[in-house]
Design a protein around this ligand. Structure first.
Ligand code: ZN
Length: 196
């Protein structure tokens, strides 16, 4: 079967006020990025330099930086779907060294795909007067899309970095772009094109 990708709008450049913007780096943890990880997304490693470049821009402009960290208890019900991964306290649950959070940056531990679900994320963004969220990370159509969608439902402006996300296959990747554009009215831009 062959499915055509509908037209997806993309921006050449998105310039954001750093005082009202947050970079969210979703689940760039050993289990998802490393070959030895429990649920490795092979293309995630390629996105690391792209995410690093956006991270550098966010840090130097003073934009808020938030990391999400998938974090599961032993025998977590989610393991019925995916098998064991991101076990609390394990190597696999650690954020990769290349994107190591700084002391003053927020790490939001999350229990399901949506980083807003049962977490402090919305509270942190509101206290910091954030209006725009720039979303990067993995897995594109799972935790990235759920988090971007959940942000959009709360009326944050969503910016998705197209070369800063990774999926298990092309269908899932383009489905993420499609839903972000069509359903959530988010902006899609490259890591080079987003600036704070
Ligand atoms: Zn999980």
């Amino acid at each position: 079967m062959f499915v055509e990708v509908p037209k997806i709008s993309e921006e050449k450049e998105v310039v954001l006020n750093p005082k009202e913007s947050a970079l969210i780096i979703v689940d760039m943890q050993n289990d998802f990025v490393r070959k030895e990880g429990k649920l490795c997304v092979p293309s995630a490693q390629e996105t690391v330099p792209r995410i690093q470049s956006v991270l550098q821009k966010a840090r130097s402009s003073g934009a808020l930086v938030v990391y999400t960290q998938d974090w599961h208890m032993k025998n977590d019900p989610e393991f019925r779907i995916w098998g064991e991964h991101a076990l609390a306290g394990s190597w696999g649950a650690e954020i990769i060294d290349e994107l190591k959070p700084k002391e003053d940056e927020f790490v939001i531990r999350k229990y399901r795909y949506d980083a807003f679900f049962e977490s402090a994320l919305d509270y942190v963004l509101r206290v910091k007067n954030i209006k725009n969220v720039v979303v990067t990370g993995t897995v594109a159509n799972i935790c990235v899309l759920h988090t971007a969608g959940s942000a959009a439902l709360r009326w944050y402006n969503v910016v998705l970095v197209k070369d800063g996300i990774s999926a298990m296959n092309e269908f899932d990747y383009y489905a993420t772009l499609r839903q972000t554009d069509f359903l959530y009215k988010g902006k899609i831009v490259s890591s080079e094109g987003v600036n704070f």
